[in-house]
Design a protein around this ligand. Structure first.
Ligand SMILES: Cc1cc2nc3c(=O)[nH]c(=O)nc-3n(C[C@H](O)[C@H](O)[C@H](O)COP(=O)(O)OP(=O)(O)OC[C@H]3O[C@@H](n4cnc5c(N)ncnc54)[C@H](O)[C@@H]3O)c2cc1C
Length: 395
């Protein structure tokens, strides 16, 4: 990863795309009652035309080969326009990076041209299931309920995943299933490539979410779904090796998406307080309000610096990588976004509570990443484990 093309300014492309294509329609899509109607294929197709959907794909396969740091910046720009759209694209960008790194040459040649050439080709990853969420982040010795059993020429998958981003709209899935019962989901699970449609694989509920509504999340249902051997990603029992080795920047992208929401809220606060006149002055001229703005700016800049450190370290790898960077930047960015959007709501007074200004959407959107990509408390515990692992053992 890291062979970026020429001098193309992907951050500027993402900013323009967000402002011109996404922002004008985001509020209207967000308000649709049926979650499936909030998702827009027009936006996905336009992102394909702009090159954003495939920007992490290597130039060999028709992408731009942008690195993780640039991807984080692109994802933040999209998040400024709408969190859901940022997530739809970010999922595809990060899973494409993993596919390129973890897939065999034959798998790359089979799947990556489809990803490059189909303007609606999106990617999804299915790990979470009703019984196992924090468990897999914390390596709790529990089996996935979704199982893969060996048969002649491949595997038969049964079970259910839920909460899966792009779940009902993706064309290809990275799916984690238990292959060695009793070994725990970290040591006993295997990753499979599941194209859609596949016999025995269907979509269940599309979740009705509080925010991030322009992205869809869905249940994945497997009933005797046959997966041929050639669709096994990595090795049997090595499912979590795929995540730890090839997903280092994932947490940074999640952080960037929600940081986009914080940045948008901050800008709304600046614009509002410069024009709202109360107490004989524009709000921005009252010291307590000005201090709020300075605090927002400080939190956002600090979160961005942290996220970029993680994305850069993910690109460089080796000793630059610190496992806490795979957990904590998202925790910090989502807490910052929660504070910044809530302060923005306060600065807008009653106007912020009325839906027409779109401030309440920012508050709802920011809340998504307190839970998505791992619940924050769970990620703090995950980071704490790697801190403990750094310490010398007693005696
Ligand atoms: C918008 C959204 C998008 C998502 N997209 C995807 C996706 O694309 N693919 C995917 O696989 N998953 C996805 N997820 C799942 C996500 O990664 C989280 O793992 C999941 O949301 C956690 O949900 P849960 O309610 O099951 O949490 P639980 O694991 O039940 O945790 C509930 C609470 O208990 C705490 N807790 C849990 N275990 C412990 C413990 N051992 N000690 C102390 N506290 C603990 C947690 O920190 C949390 O506060 C998504 C989730 C959301 C909300």
């Amino acid at each position: 990863m890291g062979e970026e093309t020429g001098n193309t300014d992907w951050v500027a492309i993402a900013a323009r795309f967000g402002a011109e294509v996404v922002a004008p329609v985001a509020a209207g899509l967000d308000r649709r009652p049926n979650p499936e109607d909030c998702f827009s294929w027009e936006i996905v197709e336009a992102a394909s035309v702009a090159g954003l959907r495939t920007a992490t794909l290597s130039t060999e396969y028709g992408g731009a080969g942008i690195n993780s740091l640039t991807t984080a910046m692109v994802v933040e720009e999209l998040g400024k326009a709408d969190l859901g759209v940022s997530v739809v694209i970010a999922q595809t960008l990060k899973i494409a990076q993993t596919l390129q790194a973890a897939a065999s040459p034959e798998q790359r040649d089979r799947f990556l041209p489809q990803l490059a050439n189909n303007p609606r080709f999106l990617l999804a990853i299915g790990i979470t299931e009703p019984e196992n969420a924090s468990n897999y982040f914390l390596a709790y010795p529990e089996d996935f309920r979704t199982t893969a059993k060996r048969v002649d020429g491949g595997w038969v998958i049964n079970g259910k995943k839920h909460f899966i981003s792009n779940g009902n709209v993706a064309s290809l899935y990275l799916l984690f299933a238990q292959t060695e019962p009793g070994k725990g989901l970290v040591e006993g699970s295997t990753c499979y490539l599941i194209p859609r449609p596949s016999q025995g694989f269907s979509i269940g509920r599309v979740h009705d979410k509080m925010g991030e509504r322009l992205a869809n999340n869905a249940e994945l249902l497997f009933e005797d779904c046959f997966v041929p051997d050639e669709n096994l990603l990595g090795v049997v029992g090595g499912g979590f090796d795929i995540l730890t080795r090839f997903f280092p920047a994932s947490n940074a992208y999640a952080a960037s998406s929600v940081l986009g929401v914080a940045s948008a809220a901050y800008q709304r606060s600046v614009d509002w307080t410069r024009t709202r006149f109360q107490g004989g002055a524009y709000l921005i001229e009252h010291d307590s309000v000005a201090a709020d703005l300075a605090r927002m700016r400080m939190l956002i800049d600090a979160a961005r610096a942290y996220v970029h450190k993680a994305a850069r370290a993910a690109d460089l790898g080796g000793s630059d990588w610190d496992p806490t960077l795979g957990a904590l930047p998202k925790v910090f960015a989502s807490e910052v976004a929660t504070e910044v959007t809530t302060t923005t709501l306060a600065l807008h007074g009653g106007h912020g509570y009325m839906r027409e200004l779109g401030i309440e959407k920012l508050v709802r959107d920011a809340a998504a990443f307190l839970h998505s990509d791992g619940a924050n408390r769970t990620l703090l515990l995950k980071a704490a484990r790697s801190i403990r692992a750094e310490l010398p053992t007693n005696g």
